[in-house]
Ligand binder design. Sequence first.
Ligand code: PEP
Ligand code: MN
Length: 265
Amino acid sequence: MASRQYKNEYTTVDVKGVRFGNGYFSYIAGPCAIESYDVLAKTASEVKKAGAGMLRGGAFKPRTSPYTFQGLGKEGLEILTAVGKELDMPTVSEITDPRQLELFDNIDMLQVGTRNMQNYELLKELGNSQKPVLLKRGMGSTIEEFLMCAEYILSGGNMNVVLCERGIRTFSPAFRNTFDIGGIVRLKTITHLPVIGDPSHSAGIAYPVPSLSFAAAAAGADGLMLEVHSEPEKSLSDAEQAIDPECFGSIVKKVDNIRKTILEK
Ligand code: PEP
Ligand code: MN
């Protein structure tokens, strides 16, 4: 169902008016984790001004170490909902367990993170809903395995799936993960689903984020998800990779120009 044999025309996924795919390109921006109302509201208004369509922020954080900040949970989702409503920005946040579904009632898009890409019970549950899903590629997964996970959601009856390349583990020591640009090109060839890039988690540090964003756009991505914080060094999660709103604004301008060039006939 994810393949272009099943459906040749590219799919547009619409999240409360913010669209991805089949010619539509949108930006999702915000902090790694929701930390407080004030920090999220400040970051959100800055990224909105700079061109973000959707607001992101994690409330249930799947951290590598159990001793680091785990997110604000239910309270975090309430903050995200409030800020999204105030700024008229649709929201996305990561769900890690089907039992959390009710808490996500007011969140506009459900993110499945790299560590849960193959959490089949979660995928089946999301297939039963009509809410848009942002499915991130497992850090050790092939393109085929990635699409099979999308298949779990589609076959349940939910066609609102956006795929996200967020970097995979390879032998390259350059950055935390290797941003699979070729994977974006390949996905765009074989699936009708929108594909977006997440350069922040690919890099694990901030300085490559602009270049990797340009590369994703040039490769044909349908959007970008970027971790942005009004004061990056104060981030409670993924501080090293956070960019500030000014950097985000400059990425948006250049990516828009790259897309114009690429799309010229
Ligand atoms: C995130 O988006 O904050 C996140 C944890 O991403 P990933 O699952 O790609 O590591
Ligand atoms: Mn993060």
